[in-house]
Ligand binder design. Structure first.
Ligand code: SIN
Ligand code: MN
Length: 208
């Protein structure tokens, strides 16, 4: 397997999004997956409803002070899982990536866990439900490859895409903090990290 550039080399720049190829090695990826199994045991994955009433194809849960949620009332952050239990803490192995690439002073309020099974995708959108856009969003990809698409700061216009692999880490900050992005499709079963297949994306966000 071709391995990425790791922690030492300069990130690629995709319209202002910093792409750290192969930032996490396979051992680190497996450690994070083991911690995520604990998160999902405490706060099971669910399919949020879009404001239009359709379930999203991506399953989600969260860790941290807040979790991202959606239903007919719209997109927002909530302090509890739909079951009523508080979100579990963000695992230390995940916070370590934030410390290395974003800040040691301010920790994220939310780690959104997205699970893409076969056929799941995410349409172009901006991460704009936070009260504070001065901190970047950090995104970790694990498992099957996903084709990540980025546009501009407005809807419409040209886009470009990049296949994200397990262990790749993105930082969307500065002028790219509110860039349109989405995931067109995944190569289900392409990675051996998750025995049942699928792609996990973690996004760490400062919410307020
Ligand atoms: C997201 O925008 O919340 C997810 C992005 C990704 O899955 O890479
Ligand atoms: Mn997003």
């Amino acid at each position: 397997m071709e391995t990425g550039a790791g922690k030492t080399s300069k990130p690629l720049d995709l319209r202002g999004v910093k792409v750290h190829r192969g930032y996490l090695d396979p051992v680190e990826q497996a450690q994070i997956v083991a911690r995520l199994r604990e998160v999902v045991a405490a706060a099971p994955l669910f399919s949020p409803q879009t404001p239009y009433g359709k379930p999203m194809s991506v399953k989600m849960t969260s860790a941290g002070k807040y979790g991202w949620f959606s239903d007919r009332r719209g997109y927002r952050y909530v302090d509890r899982h739909p079951s009523g239990t508080p979100w579990p803490p963000i695992p230390e192995e995940i916070l370590a990536v934030w410390r290395e690439l974003v800040s040691t002073e301010r920790m994220p309020d939310c780690c959104l866990v997205n699970f893409y099974g076969e056929g799941a995708r995410m349409g172009l959108h901006r991460d704009a439900d936070e009260a504070d856009f001065s901190w970047p969003v950090l995104s970790i990809s694990l498992g099957d490859e996903g084709r990540f698409r980025v546009g501009g700061l407005e809807r419409g216009g040209s886009t470009e895409s990049l296949w994200l692999e397990s262990g790749d880490v993105l930082v969307m900050g500065g002028a790219a903090r509110l860039i349109y992005h989405g995931v067109d499709k995944i190569r289900f079963g392409a990675s051996a990290l998750l025995p049942q297949g699928g792609r996990i994306n973690l996004t760490l966000r400062v919410v307020d």
